[in-house]
Design a protein around this ligand. Structure first.
Ligand SMILES: Nc1ncnc2c1ncn2[C@@H]1O[C@H](COP(=O)(O)OP(=O)(O)OP(=O)(O)O)[C@@H](O)[C@H]1O
Length: 289
């Protein structure tokens, strides 16, 4: 198991005499965790995300234990001399993939995000929404251990937004960590393991969200594991609630967009869990684990 990503007494200011944007920040992000960062405009959220992602260095303090990391910035530079697929393939090779694997992953992510038609379009000619899809695809194609998302949903269409939510669930189910900022309080509502607010240059831990779980339909999944079976960790992270109904038997509620991730995690567990039934849920959303 890899170590937590840790910030210790981290501070950041811009310029030698600039005001401190962040000071004395301690934060640990464990593998598999989904962490939401909140805060007023200009409070320092993007600064914190850049430090977490490692594309900026703290003015003081230390950052340790950073796994392979990918980052979707608030503003993505679209004027690059590449086509969308060419850019993603290039980045895939930077992430250590072979050229063929990188090209395949690029195609798959463009397809998943509904941008396959723009694969050969020069980046500079992409619409804002399409270039945001490329920004998201570049972060996901290397299957990073830490995914940092700064308003990454902004500008995406409904289908791509759902796909990004699904990708977040996939990352955490696979043991990756995800840290995100989003202006919409309903984004991934009910799912984050931890919430923090940036306030007065510090980081304040927040109570778990009381916002209703990710809006939209939910499914009920009845599953049966070995008699002494503990639910696979990835399933606990993806399900909105898990009720033990018998020895090794659980009733899971899951937002519909995350159900395929949940089912895959059950079926690929060792030993695999048996999926007894999948039905639409009509219950009011509630999280319990
Ligand atoms: N590269 C930079 N150079 C100088 N000052 C900066 C830089 N980046 C951020 N700042 C300043 O740091 C402060 C925090 O900015 P940051 O973008 O981190 O906040 P934020 O909470 O993400 O804001 P928003 O919600 O508006 O995106 C602001 O006062 C901003 O002007």
């Amino acid at each position: 198991m890899r170590p937590d990503l840790c910030l210790r007494e981290v501070g950041r200011r811009y310029g030698l005499r600039g005001p401190w944007v962040l000071r004395g920040v301690d934060l640990a992000v464990a593998p598999g965790r989904l962490v939401r960062i909140e805060g007023a405009n200009g409070s320092g959220k993007s600064t914190l995300l850049r430090l977490l992602a490692g594309i900026d260095a703290p003015s003081e303090g230390r950052v340790t234990g950073r796994p392979r990391t990918a980052y979707v910035p608030e503003r993505f530079p679209p004027a690059l001399p590449f086509t969308a697929a060419g850019y993603l393939t290039h980045l895939g090779t930077v992430h250590g993939l072979s050229r063929a694997t990188a090209a395949r992953a690029a195609g798959e992510w463009l397809e998943r995000l509904g941008a396959a038609a723009y694969a050969e379009t020069p980046m500079a000619r992409l619409s804002k929404g399409s270039s945001q899809k490329v920004a998201v695809a570049q972060a996901l194609l290397g299957e990073p251990g830490l995914l940092v998302l700064d308003e990454a949903w902004t500008g995406l269409d409904t289908a791509a937004r759902a796909e990004l939510e699904r990708a977040v669930a996939e990352r955490t189910a696979a043991g990756g960590s995800v840290v995100f900022v989003d202006h919409d309080p309903r984004r991934l509502a009910g799912l984050p393991d931890e919430r923090y607010a940036v306030r007065d240059t510090g980081l304040v831990r927040q109570e778990p969200s009381t916002a209703p779980i990710a809006s939209g339909p939910h499914l009920l999944v009845e599953t049966l594991g070995p008699p002494d079976g503990r639910l696979p960790e990835g399933v606990r992270r993806t399900a909105a609630s898990a009720e033990e109904t018998g020895p090794g038997r659980y009733r899971l509620r899951v937002p519909a967009p995350h159900s395929d991730v949940l089912l895959r995690t059950l079926l690929t567990a060792r030993p695999p869990w048996h999926v007894v039934s999948v039905t639409p849920s009509t219950m009011a959303p509630e999280r319990q684990q």
